[in-house]
Write a protein that binds this ligand. Sequence first.
Ligand code: GDP
Ligand code: MN
Length: 348
Amino acid sequence: FPSSHPTYEDFKAQRPPVAGPNSHERINATFVTLARNSDTWDIARSIRTVEDRFNRNYNYDWVFLNDGEFSDDFKKLTTALVSGNTFYGRIPKEHWSFPEWIDQDKAAEVREDMGRRKIIYGDSVSYRHMCRYESGFFFRHPLMLNYEYYWRVEPSIELFCDVPTDPFRFMKENNKKYSFVISLYEYIDTIPTLWDSVKSFMKKHPEHIAEDNAMEFISEDGGETYNKCHFWSNFEIGSLEWLRSQQYLDYFNSLDHDGGFFYERWGDAPVHSIAASLMLKKDEIHFFNDIAYYHVPFTHCPTTEQTRLDLRCHCKPEDNFDWKGYSCTNRWFDITKMQKPEGWNDQQ
Ligand code: GDP
Ligand code: MN
């Protein structure tokens, strides 16, 4: 008799093969999630929503990464929920620790000070490692090397509409390298010197700055100052090959040496967003209006009623963040000269 508590290996061995080959041809892409064992039930909800709205028809792979060891319970549950193949990776110590050039005492003082000032995650070491890992390393994990595109999924997200066509295929066929659903202003206290660091990178590597880039999205004075706009990176569909390019790696290394992941609390969202805005062409960045999304506390819900009905959406239109004052999506539409949907100004 099989044990009533199978190990992950037992479970994997007896699990029927995934429904396949289905009518949709996949491209070379994967979901990717960074998580801890304590995230088990919250990531389960995210997987369920992604499967129901999209992946049950495609069976894309899912890679899970962790600085610790995933438990059997985490692996069994997530493998049971994902329709594609699942892979579990341990993050090497060198990618989740302080680089040797960081002054530990200075970093500790900063955490204490930011904690006192109640800056969100300001006192956390692990959050800083997480932000640095998502900024510079996840795409180089051995499990990620064979894929061309990724879709990042965090715990406790929700998708509100059917995903009508394969976003990975859309990215590939339309030469898109980075995408977003929600954009907003960053808290300045977490990144006071990030823009100085970016400016010094631009000086060192003018060859990496794209023509027809989206500088206007992130600066209102031609690059003198940062307006704090960024794409919210808890959702991302992007090109792994771009992140692995010399241009992106030079950018990350330059920022990393300036120390702000530890001496401040630089988030991977502004780090990715600034990279995309400066080093990609504007039209290599895509706004996925059709992917209705929630991560606490913001929602993207398509503005147009016909879209919501066609895609069987269950989000409340008035929750849509796109046109609210704290969103940068209005600015994105302006600088890319995209037509705003009818009714956008009633949702401000
Ligand atoms: P928030 O969305 O900025 O509030 O941050 P989250 O708590 O959602 O963390 C962002 C992502 O990193 C999520 O996918 C988390 O599961 C993951 N994460 C955060 N901290 C750690 C950690 O210390 N270890 C691991 N393995 N994952 C982490
Ligand atoms: Mn999150």
